[in-house]
Design a binder for this molecule. Structure first.
Ligand code: PMP
Length: 366
């Protein structure tokens, strides 16, 4: 039997395992920061209408520039951030993972480096590796906030080509202060200048505002977003970015032609028509997220402040054993490999109750 490592595979991929959380069939799945609410039926019906229309034209390639969709996404950003965003400022791809990949293909690559502050979203490092971009792991304070002095020092010393700022940060949950992002941007411009990518996958759940208004007069700033979380459409695979139009031109040099299928574009447009209903679910989830924080603290857990749809909680002497015990009680959470900590996604009220019950049992057993 041929093993992967027997293949003439690139050296940096040898011995590596693919990224992915376990997809286990358990009663309560709170491990991948999905939105627990299925799409509302009127939206499902609208998707069917839009996709039916798109199906009639599937003999043709889709709109390569996704003009109508980018226009709609620009409208959503303008409406929710108060900052005027035009179609020329927006680019869309199959999930924000693909957005990040395209950014690294255009701005990273062999001989270049990207910096992120860890623990953070591990795909920033993994996509760097797969695009041949060197990865620089920056520090955080013990409470997981960004240490601005250490960060700016590292930027000045290592002069990365791309700087990732994940806000709210996954897996820890807290948003980065606007002043910190501004200082990092200035440091990155003085050092290189480099591209600063703010990953706002969870921003709709934040107590803080989006950083999209910072795009004014900052041509090397990019904000990446997704419809996987707030829009409850992880299965759709639609991510997007807002930036200077020159950045949008640059990613078009590396995108595959017709990367965004006509079915995807039609579905995303239908979802955007139902923005208000979907953002209503976000409000419910924010309340439930805050309840999880309060109740976990009442149970004696340490909890990191959360601006996201998930909560980091601990501390456990053996977080993997705690993960296993919760699983034995029918609740799947995420062990991100942050020693002492686990992460739970906000579910429906009854899923959250089941999770809290499992934590209570875990506390009793330990
Ligand atoms: N950024 C962050 C911080 C994430 O947590 C995720 C998903 N877990 C993504 C980006 C990617 O999301 P998607 O590709 O579904 O848009």
């Amino acid at each position: 039997m041929t093993r992967m490592d027997d293949l003439p595979i690139r050296d940096e991929l040898r011995g590596k395992a693919p990224y992915g959380a376990p997809q286990l069939d358990v009663p309560v799945r709170l491990n991948t920061n999905e939105n627990p609410y299925p799409l509302p039926e009127p939206l499902v019906a609208r998707i069917v209408e839009r996709v039916t229309e798109a199906a009639r034209g599937l003999n043709r390639y889709p709109d390569r520039d996704a003009v109508e969709l980018r226009e709609a996404l620009a409208g959503y950003l303008t409406r929710t951030t108060g900052h005027p965003v035009a179609r020329e400022n927006v680019w869309a791809a199959n999930g924000s993972n693909e957005v990040i990949q395209q950014l690294l293909q255009a701005f990273g690559g062999p001989g270049r480096t990207a910096l992120g502050f860890e623990p953070s979203y591990s795909m920033h490092a993994l996509i760097s590796r797969s695009t041949g971009t060197g990865w620089l792991s920056g520090p955080r304070r013990p409470d997981f906030t960004l240490d601005l002095a250490a960060a700016t020092e590292m930027i000045a010393e290592r002069r990365p080509d791309v700087v990732f700022v994940c806000s709210p940060n996954n897996p820890t949950g807290t948003a980065v202060e606007v002043g910190t992002v501004l200082a990092l941007y200035d440091a990155a411009q003085a050092a290189k200048p480099s591209l600063v990518v703010v990953d706002e996958a969870y921003v709709e759940f934040s107590h803080q505002d989006s950083l999209v208004p910072l795009l004014a007069d900052r041509p090397h700033l990019v904000v990446s977003r997704t419809m996987s979380k707030a829009f409850g459409a992880a299965g759709l695979r639609l991510g997007y970015l807002a930036a200077d139009p020159a950045v949008v031109d640059a990613v078009q040099l590396v995108r595959l032609p017709y990367h965004l299928s006509a079915v995807t574009q039609a579905t995303a447009l239908a979802a955007l028509e139902h923005t208000d209903t979907l953002l209503g679910y976000v409000e419910q989830l924010k309340e439930e997220r805050d309840r999880l924080v309060t109740e976990l603290r009442a149970l004696g857990c340490e909890v990191t402040d959360s601006d996201a749809n998930f909560v980091q909680f601990g501390r456990f002497d053996d977080s993997h054993a705690a993960w296993r015990t919760l699983l034995d009680h029918g609740v799947l959470v995420r062990d991100n490999g942050v020693p002492g900590w686990l992460r739970v996604s906000t579910g429906t009220p009854s899923e959250n109750d089941a999770f809290l019950e499992a934590v209570r049992a875990l506390k009793k057993e330990s």
